[in-house]
Design a protein around this ligand. Structure first.
Ligand code: GLC
Length: 472
């Protein structure tokens, strides 16, 4: 049988401390995930929600301590769930001692980051220039994200060795693998070529051969499970995806399929109106990549039922009835959590990304109210709100609930031979939200009809016309 794994993502602050997360493991286990991917719990000043790490081997006190972590790993193991940590390789926080020493010209650390005498005119993914002057060092440093997230220099073998040690540290603590953040932008060819790209220069620092080689060296152990987050939305081609997953990764996401290219990663990306047909076609194609991880939500996107204006059960059917060897459920997705009712005041937003969208829209001439409307709709802060456990418990006792529907679907995904092995044939994709496809295996054929706009029932039927699963 193929290697297939179900992943469940936890964004820690939305659940609480490591103890709170541990308490919820029996509930999460009802979905039968193989892994829980924990977004960063490392020590961090929290400018970018934990993706700005100041110590990779310390747990941020807001979550507890190592004893709590060990308890979480043991509890998960009892439920046959392995823990995946989030490995943020591309950059650290500027509070990291490596950066502090590098800016002070410490001989061991001076080349840990990308320092240039003259800045290139690149834009960062979070808006504004990607190079900033550091007066301590008297040079410019690269930051593809926020200015407090300096990019590491992976052509320095010492940096690679640091991460080897970090990986060992966590596997010694029982971690079984990693989700690798921004996996395809580690090495920047353009630095060498001297090309001066603006954001269109994205291609110049996006997944170079050098990046792939570094990752293969670090991650291709067969003992750990690795899943990549290659950034780049629409730019991710199938060829690049295969190159990246050839050795280094067991699986990978594609940000572009996750959010219909309304990513925050490039100035060109817009929160444009939903084009169902385009989205379905894209998903159908990608779902046939053996190592593709099909996700419809993450900590970087708004909630799917709001974003796609769809019944959570129909979204769930799409995710689990398309071929999907590594589906990933984002916490709270299984109870159909919609977008939160976020504040109308931009100063209440913790995330750098929401503020960036706001500034950009204001610069483009939008009024405060127009800009806030857009931020509320598209902010990833929507997905970072506390889980409604009261609702969760209510759904546990309701046969018709989204939660029990998800549990049924994950059980089917795990056991049904047609869903495990069946080929995909797309029958219809429409702009009005109809997605029809077949899964064929041996003599059996399932017909799946999904209606995202709720005009007709959505179902999966076998060749005898019996309903395997369906919803209104
Ligand atoms: C990844 C993370 C995102 C973070 C960014 C910078 O894309 O998923 O949350 O802001 O990397 O680390």
């Amino acid at each position: 049988m193929k290697k297939r794994k179900l992943i469940y993502q936890v964004y820690p602050t939305a659940i609480g401390s490591l103890r709170d997360i541990t308490d919820k493991i029996p509930l999460i286990a009802e979905l039968q995930p193989d892994y829980i991917w924990l977004s960063p719990i490392f020590q961090s000043p929290w400018v970018d929600g934990g993706y700005d790490v100041s110590d990779y081997c310390k747990i941020d006190p807001r979550f507890g301590n190592m004893a709590d972590f060990n308890r979480l790993v043991t509890t998960a193991k009892k439920h046959n769930i392995g823990i995946l940590m989030d490995l943020v390789l591309n950059h650290t926080s500027s509070e990291h001692p490596w950066f502090k020493k590098s800016e002070r010209h410490d001989p061991w650390y001076k080349d840990y980051y990308v320092w240039l005498d003259k800045p290139l005119n690149w834009d960062s993914f979070f808006g504004g220039p990607a190079f900033d002057y550091n007066s301590n060092r008297g040079k410019y440093y690269l930051h593809l994200y926020d200015r407090t997230q300096p990019d590491l220099n992976f052509s320095n073998p010492r940096v690679v060795k640091e991460f080897k040690d970090i990986i060992k540290f966590w596997t010694d603590h029982g971690v079984v693998g990693f989700r690798v953040d921004s996996a395809n932008v580690l090495a920047e060819d353009a630095l060498k070529s001297g090309i001066l790209p603006r954001i269109s220069g994205f291609f110049n620092y996006y997944q170079t051969k050098e990046t792939v080689a570094i990752l293969e060296k670090l991650l291709s152990s067969s003992k750990i499970f690795t899943i990549a987050e290659p950034i780049g939305g629409e730019f991710m081609s199938h060829a690049r995806f295969r190159e990246l997953t050839r050795k280094a990764f067991d699986a990978a996401f594609n940000v572009g399929t996750l959010d219909v290219a309304d990513t925050f990663l490039s100035i060109k990306d817009r929160f444009y109106p939903l084009n169902y047909r385009k989205w379905f076609r894209k998903l159908a194609k990608w779902s046939q990549e053996e190592k593709f991880s099909l996700a419809i939500e993450s900590h970087d996107t708004p909630r799917a039922p709001s974003r796609f204006n769809a019944d959570p059960k129909v979204l769930a059917m799409m995710q689990f009835l398309l071929p999907s060897n590594f589906p990933c459920i984002y916490q709270g997705q299984e109870i159909g959590t919609p977008n939160a009712n976020l504040s109308n005041n931009i100063n209440d937003y913790p995330g750098v990304q929401s503020r960036m969208i706001y500034r950009r829209l204001r610069k483009e001439g939008k009024t405060k109210a127009q800009a806030m409307k857009q931020v509320k709709l598209s902010s990833r802060d929507n997905a970072r709100q506390p889980i409604d456990w009261g609702e969760y418990m209510l759904q546990e006792g309701d046969e018709d609930s989204v939660l029990l529907f998800y549990r049924k679907l994950t059980q089917l995904w795990r056991t049904d031979p047609v869903l495990i092995n069946g080929n995909l044939k797309v029958k219809k994709t429409s702009r009005k939200g109809i997605f029809d496809f077949e899964r064929r295996y041996g003599k059996e054929k399932y017909f799946i009809h999904l209606d995202f706009c709720g005009r007709t029932k959505s179902y999966c039927k076998n060749s005898k016309g019996e309903t395997i699963i369906g919803c209104r």
